[in-house]
Ligand binder design. Sequence first.
Ligand SMILES: [Zn+2]
Ligand SMILES: [Zn+2]
Length: 391
Amino acid sequence: MRQFTDFNLISYPRITLPESFFATKAQRRKECTNLFLYLLSIIKSRKMKAMMLTGIRQMEMKEIPEPVLVKANDVKIKMSVMGICGSDIHYYTQGQIGSQKVQYPFTIGHEGAGVVVEVGRDVKRVRPGDKIAIEPAMPCWECDQCLSGRHHTCRKLRFLGCPGQAEGCLMEHIVMPEESCFPLTGKLTADHGSISEPLAIGVYSLKKSGGVNRLKIGIFGFGPIGMSVMLAAKAQGADNIYVTDIIDERLAIAGKEGAALMGNPLKENIVEKIKHEEPLGLDLAFECCGKQEALDQAIDLLKPGGKLVVVGIPEFSRWSLNVETTRRREISLQFIRRQVDCVEQALEMMKTGSIIIDNMVTHRFPFSRTKEAFDLVSDYKDGVMKAMIDF
Ligand SMILES: [Zn+2]
Ligand SMILES: [Zn+2]
């Protein structure tokens, strides 16, 4: 199936082809018709620019056919802005996250906002001209996970910019199902739309933590996800938030956001420093950077009965836990897989002003200079928090 990638299969569900191709005659006919229509539309379609990964730390601007509407609920979107996510950086610098490996060329990117340019005949939620936030997950809505409300762990999930699932949004136009389109209304801008994706992960992590009101909270790793957790926690009334990171500029942002105390583990003993303020320990700790040291520090600081929420994506394949501490203190553990049903809530919180993201975006680059942006973010240069690509 890879040979189709150059044609930008974002609008063609390529994963279903090999499975169903040998199934019933009717299915086979449907697949063939779809594929034929798709290829026909490619021959007729206009060209657009896509920034594609071509190797480790390599990117090239390529001309590819504009995607076209295939299904009745498809929406064609002209991209306005895209935020660079930590997971994009993993694909850029390592070519994989765990078992999900990039096959080049491939387009990454999933934190997008844009303007609707065309809609399929069944689309009701949006109209051409609407500004929208793009929810990158495209679940099947039919499997056990989807039916039980866990469509973020859908068995047949397609996610923007996820190898083997769908091309990403580092291109001028994309096609998404209408369920992935959330209108930006009121004072919401394209930046709000793009940031609704990481912010939704913060909102979801808070939900899974069981609430934060009047609790002592630690956030270990203050990149955009750590910051999203903090913004969501503040919006829910948390006022005792301790933040650690190895980049001082990020700690300064945490300070502006009202952290009770910040610490840089490369320069000081943050466990001692936080223990000094909170001798009984923390109620909740969010690991948001995917580092073993951060996980260890989080566990060290939790009080008996405390909860560790693991949000970060490590570059290694196994965590290790201190048996003595986790067992004696009866620490509970919650892993986070992206988010489910929190985009709308994140947008609403920004709209009402309970979350203000003004301190999140630190850098902007035009689409043509995407590679510079990726180099800056992957090297943690210039105190970068969130870098945005403007189309
Ligand atoms: Zn993201
Ligand atoms: Zn599903």
